[in-house]
Structures are given as C-alpha cells and as structure tokens.
Design a protein. Structure first.
Lengths: 161, 161, 161, 161, 161, 161
C-alpha cells in the first residue's frame, strides 16, 4: 500500500545521528518526510528555513525523502503530510521516557502511531546541544555533522578553528 | 490515630492524573491536604489562586480533602498543616530519581516521610506541560483534565476550539 | 511496495498487551507474522504448538496476520518469512535496554531493523510471568489475556476459581 | 480510623535496609504486619520459619509490628491480615520498574494500594543476595544485618571468620 | 608514572558530596586538579572566584589537590593542566546518561578518558540546586556543605536562621 | 607512585568490549591485572583456565597487563594483587545500578574503590551472553570477539559455519 513515515525534530542543527535514522527509515518506508519543528519559543540557533536547507542538502541523495517545516502539533503535521507513522530515533533512557509519553499522547489524541528505531551505537553520544557547545568553544565537529554544518556553526557562533 | 497526607505539586493545571492520586489518597488516609506550590519563579500559566480554585472544584465531592497554596519549603508546609506523610504519584523513572532525591532531603532536613503511589496506567503519559502544549495549538484536552480546565486553558492561551 | 513485519516473542502465554501490539502492527503494515520462539531451554509452560494455537485463535479476525513457530536466531526467522522489519512493544526502561542491545546486535549481524511501539498504558504493567504467577494461586486473569487462555492456565496449573 | 500496613518480602535474610523500612512504617501507621513470603520455588537459604524468627527478634522493640509467613498472592495476604495498604522500600530504578508493575497488577486485581518509601541512603546498596554472597566467602556482614543473622549465616554457609 | 586527575564541575556551591569525591580521588591519584567551570551563561549564584575560594578552603588539608577555574571545553582544560584522566561522581541514572554522552564526546574529540566514582550513599540525594533551594527558604544546610558555605548562602540569599 | 588497576569479570568469553576497556585501562594505569572470576556456580561455558588463556592471547601485546583467575570476594582479590583501584566498563543503566551497589558494598567492606569507564559506543550492545546465543545458532561472531574465540565457541557449542 505504500507507507509514509514522518521523522520529526528540531534539528538545530542536524547531526550524523539524525541522518542515520533518516537514511534507515528511507530504506524501509516508501516515503519519508523530515518534519522540522518551527518553534521560536525554543530559541533555536538556526532558523527553520536554515534547518530545512541543511537537511535538504544532506538528504539530496535520497529520492524518497522530503524536508518541510511545520509548526503546531505533531499530530496535525502527520495528518497534513499523509504520514502513516511517525519514526524517531532513541538514544538513551531519558529520551525513551519523554518520547514514550509524547507517543502515548499522540496516539490518544489522534491515533498517530510512533515507531522507534535505535540510534546507531557510534552516534549514541551525539546531540545537537553537545555539537553546539563544542563548536561554541572552537572544537572541531566535522566528524559529527553533515558537510556544510561546521561552516554554518562557525559563522553563527564566531568560534575559532 | 488518624493520618493526614499532604499531596504537593505545582498543578499548572491539575490533570486527571493528579486527581487520580488525590482520590486514591483520600480513600486511604483520614485527611488529605492538596498543597499548591506558589512559586512565581517557575512562571506558571495560572496563578496560585486559580490553581487552588480548579482543585477545589475538582475535589468538591471528596469531604476529607482540602486545598491550600503554600510557598517555601515543603517540610514547612507539612508541619503547618500537621501532615504525617507526604504522598506523591510517580510516573516514570526520571520522575523517580528527582523525587527520591527530594524525599531523602526532606527526611534528612525535617523527618518528613514521603510515600509514593504509582500513577494509574491510563494517565502515565500525562503531564501538565503536555496538556498546555496540546492546548496551545488548539488540541482537545477535555479527556485529560477535570471539567472547567479546558475553558480556562482556551481563555488563557487564546487557542482554537 | 508492501511491508511485512515480524512480531517475535515467547508468548507463554499471549496477553492482551501482546495482542494490542499485534493489532496495531496489523493496521500499519501490509502483513504481520507473529513469530513464536520455540526455545525449550526457557522451559515454557505451554508448548510452542499451544502458544501458536492461542495466538491463531486470538488473531483470527485479522486477515493480514499469520502465526508461526521459529527456533534459532531472530535474524534467520526474519529472512525466512521475508520480513522487512521486526516490530516489538516496549513497556519499561529495563525492557528498553535489553531490547536495544538485541536490536543493535540484529542490525550488526544481518541488517535487520527493529521498530519499537510503546505498549498501551493500560497493559504497561502486564507480563506473561505475572499472569502465570497470578493464575498459579487461583487469581482471575480473564481481563488480562485473550479468551481461551484462562481455561488453559487452569488446566495446566491446576489452580482454583 | 487506624491504618494497617503490610510490609511483604522474602527477607532471606532480613537486612538493616529492611529493618529501616519496617521501623519507619511503624512510626507512621497504626499497625504493621511484616509478611514473609513462603515460596519454596525460590529456594531460599533460610526456611520461612527461620526468616520469621529473625524478624521477630529484630522487631521485638516495636510493639505495633507483627511478623507472619504467607504463601500465595500478596492481595490475598493483604485481605487476610486486614491491611489497608502495602508498604515497600525502593532502592533503585530497576526495583522501581518491577515494583510498579506488581503494584499496578495488585491494584487491578484486588484494589490493593501500594505505597513506596525510599530506602535510606546508607542502605541503598544493600540486598539479601549481596549479604549472602559476602558471607559465603567469609566476609564480615555484621554491620549490614540485624544481630543474630551473622551467626545463622555462618552456620548455614559454613564460611570462615 | 604519576597520574593527575581533573575533577570538573560548576560547584555552585560545593557540597559534601563533591568533597567526598575529591577526597577519594586525592587518595588514589598523585595529583588532583579541581576545575571550576566558569560559565556565566548558567547564571551561577556565586562567581567563579567565590566558588574557587570555597573549594580552596574545603581542600586546604589535602596537599595534592589544587583548585582552578576554567572556561571553554573540558578537553582543553584537561590538556592545559596535564590531566591524564577526568574523574567524576555519579549519583543517579539520569546523571549517568548525561555524563556518559559527555564522556563519549570528550573521548571522541580529544582522547580524554573519564573515570566515574559512585557518590557515597549518604550524599546520593544531594545536589547544589537542592542546597540552594533549601537555603533560599531559610532551611539549615550546615550538615550538607563544607564550613563557610552556609554563611555565604545566607549573605547571598538573605534567608533566615 | 604507580597505580595498579584490577579489571574483574567472568569473561565467558572475552569480547571486543572487554578488550576495549582493558586496553584503555592499560594506557592510563601503570599495571592492569585482569581478574577472571572462577565461579563454577554460574556454570560458565569455558573453564576459568580457558578464559584466562583467551585473555592472555588477546592481551599479549600489552606489556603492563597480567591475567589471573580468582575466586571468592573481589575485595580479597584486589588485596592479593595489590590493586589500588578496580576498573570496570559500563554499558547500560541496568549495568550501572547493579555495579553501583557492588561498588558501594566493596567500599563499605574493605575500602576498595571502583572506577567506571564508559564502554565504547561500538561495543555498547555487546555481551558475552549475546555472543554465546548467536554462536549457538551458527551466527558469525568473528567481528565481536578476539581472534581464537570463534573457533573455541564452535568446538564447544558444535554450531555450524
């Protein structure tokens, strides 16, 4: 029948851990929509447009992946893009608990089913926050994020290296 | 001898999960005082008075339950209302760890004993924060909170339907 | 393209929690194969044939669900039934950790991807072991397992009620 | 009205951590019944009678505490002794998860409410299994268990010291 | 060869739990450098200089311990002070997860190895945040922090007692 | 002064995850003793001698590493080999809790300090049990264990390939 998966997140910025989940979802589902949450209240470092652009570049080689910004409730976004399921990566136990509560809520509210993939071990320590903290003090993050992101981080944060 | 239990929280706003704990405590203990933490530093959506009012309406049918605001240390509130024990609901592991530290501290400081109840499974995914986030974007939360709360959330947040 | 999901487990016996995951998987995937692990070393209460039979009865109304026993490695079973993904339910944090290790191993060994669903809150406290322990002492488990299972438990365990 | 608490466990043997929970429960509740689970399938080191005897000696100074063996379901024991609540100590997260499932099950089966106390920090690393393992190799456990237990462990295990 | 350990933290203010880790590290390693993170973005209650001063007084009796402020990346601080390893205390599971991610990142970035000690049970409920919250409302924290800290907290917070 | 670290375990058999911890400990400490727990009650697949032999081969290139079997209490083994600290790897939260209890016990019993390293992400899913289970059904584990182990597993388990 053809399943569409929505991969939602803040992606501020996208890391290799995010890309790993997106690529694995793209291999299993017919279509993947990467949904970039546009939530100015969270004060992201990059605008939603920039975050969408980074992900478009990083997923250019994956023909069944689309990237779009969304605001508001995840369940509304899932309905708009016609997603059959939400797909998310899980790294750690504290992730798991917050995510499980969100997933139960989304199912109770709108019947939206969330499927979790385990983050690949090599990226299990990685988060957008850690990347930004390292970059802020001039650390080299090029092994942790897609090409193009280190330059953008330097520009935005004015760090060294 | 008659045991009085203090059920403390921010209750911003009260959810059906909170009510479930309060009702179960009221069935086991002689008296229950619901203590609404008045902590403006946490920037609650509702004032302490509004939160007390919501809980008074929701517990109107429980004769041995009282609702009051308190500020300052929990151990002082427990002493003031003559509570023998503090009763709290636990949902998740991360809850558990923060709560266990608070409970050990309260016992070390003032001999106040905390008893934990497990949140009913049907509300284990529920939190005041999730309720506010859903309401903010116009989602329907009427199955998740006591009567009267959805209207107040709409008023305060200006959301849709 | 049509995705086939393998739902593996010991199912000794199947509970309403298992059925909930199977039904939800059947709604999202084209085909679901319930794989009953035939591992005599675990000394199950019911034979693999009995466990398959219970699940066949319980899923009789789901046309895209099949039930089969398997022994050996999960990744081999996935290959045999042509499963694109493995689907499992997650209840708790300790589940999560054991499952995440198994999932990483299965992906490392054979590229088999595991997708996790969150168990419905009302069954989050339920396990086959708890059901057997309750039944062993004559407790009533009819609200926790599919029809037919309470009788089988009584027969096997010789309990009361 | 007078609340009776049931403190259940295997107590093989009782440790200072168990005693800490029993004493704290005895201070808050009108009556405490320590329920020693008589489950030969668990192959305890001490018989149920020995475990009851150890606890009777250790709680001799607590007039509102009784000790009794029980077999079968916890909810039946609670009913028999007229317990209003079950009281248990929690040490760690994995404890918490197993206990929460048991508590939900007991409430679903028979309306039995479980209240959890946090184990005192100084005993948070302590378990009957660790005590037995240390004693088995001649380690000194006298600071970890009530008087009388080290002798009994030596007798049973034939260890040194 | 002589191992130098870096014990990093915000120490706002140092607690008896921090001191316990520092003292135990000083007993095992040749030299210990306590690194006070100077991160104004975290809005500490005490300046980095005050936090260094508190720790210097509290560790005055430990000849192989030095205290210094650092800003920027931990891996750079480790390099500057010639630390062979980073030593940290772990209290709880949520600590553990955040710390494990940080440790993996520091090893991936710069080969810096982190060794974790378990916080002594009697301080396992203790955190600088809890201390500040208690002090803010006039609670007595003198049993929880090194001498000199209660006065400084009173001065800064203007609390009672 | 020269620190000696004891790396204890059952190592049935050693995996690449164990080797990773041993190698990293050997880089930081002056001497490392790998202590193979000889506990027949755990019914290991390989004898203590075989497990020591596997580790000797796998650590042949590390001049400051020794391998020895021990029985009885870890704290006695630490004393015998003159170890200043115990060093262990941590993979997951449930590991963490069991390990923290053991570490607190060993410190309370005999002042033995345990230092934990985080297992490298690529081995975080790996355990001796999983390796044995995979090997038992003919799966290829050569990427997960030191050279020589796959042959020994095949011999012992009579598996395929």
């Amino acid at each position: 029948m053809g399943l569409t998966a929505l991969c939602p997140g803040t992606f501020d910025p996208a890391t290799n851990g995010h890309l790993d989940i997106i690529e694995r979802a793209a291999r299993r589902f017919d279509a993947v929509v990467v949904g970039v949450l546009d939530n100015p209240a969270k004060r992201p470092l990059f605008t939603a447009e920039e975050r969408v652009q980074i992900l478009k570049e990083a997923t250019a080689g994956l023909p069944n992946v689309q990237v779009a910004a969304f605001s508001g409730l995840l369940v509304d976004a899932a309905r708009q893009v016609g997603a059959d399921v939400v797909v998310k990566g899980l790294r750690a136990v504290t992730d798991f608990e917050a995510e499980i509560q969100m997933a139960q809520m989304n199912r109770a509210l709108a019947g939206v089913e969330t499927l979790f993939m385990t983050t690949s071990p090599e990226w299990s320590f990685l988060s957008s926050s850690l990347v930004k903290e390292v970059a802020r003090f001039g650390g080299d993050v090029s092994a942790l994020v897609p090409p193009g992101v280190p330059e953008r981080l330097r520009e935005r944060l004015g760090g060294g290296a």
